[in-house]
Ligand binder design. Structure first.
Ligand code: AMP
Ligand code: MG
Length: 418
């Protein structure tokens, strides 16, 4: 991997689209090696390492889906009604061990094993009970209201494929097989640091021209929610030697390294230059706003994402590019789909054609049930307030220009991001 125009100040003019950048990044990434064996509950939100085969039929026994009466379907009346003698009760977990014969039925509860001699359940609301007799009319089908052994899953079949993100339903499915331990893929280790002479950490007194480092906090939050191991390497000054050392230290302990700041063409922007010397930079620019420029490459054995310094740009580039990449690194076989909704703009929006823009918006539901969205004030890439007061991205495609109020736009709710 080599950047496209090394001698031109570090920026290729022909920026690629977000889709192209994503495809390029994805092609470079394979899942981290290694697994852990965890108790089923601890595997929540982890990625399954190997397929899980069922060792049992699920359900294990043919059982009733209703509270009612079990009988042989062949004995259902063709017309009128028929009286059956109730010879016992089958409870869930306490089977009836007799056999129902001609003209006999068994009172049965949901989940109880269907007794010998029966294959059909009539729900209790449709039965007229008179002491030990159950009177059953027409309109029933043989085999109804019965769940067959193995109908959910046959013994030996694959219950879950590798590469699945384990959600509550998966934990339940695994438990239903009687499996108490699960192999999950090791979590990727992701190291990050901020670059900039102007940055102070919390607890330090601000010197002239200094600002507090906020990117390490947004990055921490986004990475933590993504379920990776987070390694915070602090602030690194804008000095070639410091950056080089920080990169080498980060690459030695992490599967991926994320930096913020120092990727533009300013005098003190040494990140890509350093990476060029000790690693490889794949590309620098993606046609999105905010978020240009962004660097992607490798250092040592680790992936490298060089995000811009501006606080909103960090978040946009993380969600749009880094998050899908890290999901692949985690071992997910299919990327998580971020749903979008269509909403009507309440105010006009300004935009220049050329780049895909992620403006920050407030999405609400109107009285008629439709979505409405307004931008959250000034949209500068340094204005973190525009993110903090928002609940969605308003996604404006490359070719779109300024928009009038009442135009329909696509919106990515933050709740759908990690
Ligand atoms: P840079 O990409 O390094 O030129 O930074 C662009 C802008 O983002 C500058 O105004 C920086 O002061 C600001 N910035 C860079 N890193 C951080 C950070 N970690 N926290 C807050 N602001 C930052
Ligand atoms: Mg900087």
């Amino acid at each position: 991997m080599k950047h496209q125009n090394a001698g031109c100040g570090g920026h290729d003019d022909a920026a690629q689209t977000l889709q192209q950048a994503l495809a390029r990044i994805t092609a470079e990434i394979s899942p981290v090696e290694g697994f852990e064996l965890l108790a089923t509950r601890d595997a929540l939100d982890r990625v399954l390492y190997a397929p899980i085969h069922s060792t049992v039929d699920v359900p294990a026994h043919t059982n009733s889906a209703m509270d009612g009466y079990a009988l042989a379907g062949a004995q259902l009346p063709g017309d009128g009604s028929r009286a059956f003698r109730v010879i016992g009760t089958a409870w869930a977990g306490r089977p009836f061990d007799g056999t129902a014969g001609e003209g006999e039925c068994v009172r049965i509860m949901t989940g109880a094993t269907v007794p010998a001699g029966t294959d059909t359940v009539v729900m209790q609301e449709q039965v007229q009970r008179e002491s030990d007799t159950a009177i059953i009319g027409t309109g029933h089908k043989p085999g109804q209201n019965v769940r067959f052994a193995g109908e959910d899953l046959k013994a030996g079949a694959i219950a879950l494929d590798a590469g699945v993100l384990l959600r509550p339903a998966h934990l339940g499915l695994i438990a239903s097989l009687g499996v108490g331990e699960v192999r999950v893929r090791r979590r990727p280790r992701v190291a990050f640091f901020s670059t900039g002479d102007e940055l102070a950490s919390i607890g330090e007194t601000l010197g002239p021209g200094q600002i507090y480092d906020s990117n390490r906090y947004t990055l921490y939050g986004m990475l933590q929610r993504l379920g990776v191991e987070v390694i915070d390497l602090g602030v690194v000054r804008d000095r070639r030697e410091d950056l080089e050392q920080a990169f080498l230290a980060a690459a030695a302990q992490a599967d991926a390294v994320i930096t913020s700041g120092g990727v533009s063409v300013g005098e003190a922007d040494f990140v890509t230059e350093t990476l060029d010397r000790i690693g490889e930079v794949g590309f620098w620019t993606v046609a999105i706003k905010p978020g240009r420029p962004i660097a992607f490459g490798r250092v040592g054995g680790a992936l490298f994402f060089g995000l811009p310094g501006n606080p909103v740009s960090v978040m946009v580039t993380f969600y749009q590019l880094v998050q899908p990449a890290l999901q692949r690194l985690k071992g997910l076989t299919a990327p998580e789909i971020v749903p979008r909704v269509t909403a009507t703009l309440t105010t006009p929006l300004r935009k220049k054609a050329g780049r895909r823009e992620f403006q920050r918006g407030l999405l609400s539901v109107a009285a008629d049930g439709g979505y409405r969205v307004e931008a959250t004030g000034r949209q500068g890439s340094g204005i973190l307030r525009s993110m903090a007061h928002a609940n969605c991205f308003i996604v404006l495609p490359e070719d779109c220009g300024s928009l009038d109020a009442e135009t329909e736009v696509e919106v990515q709710p933050f709740a759908a991001l990690c």
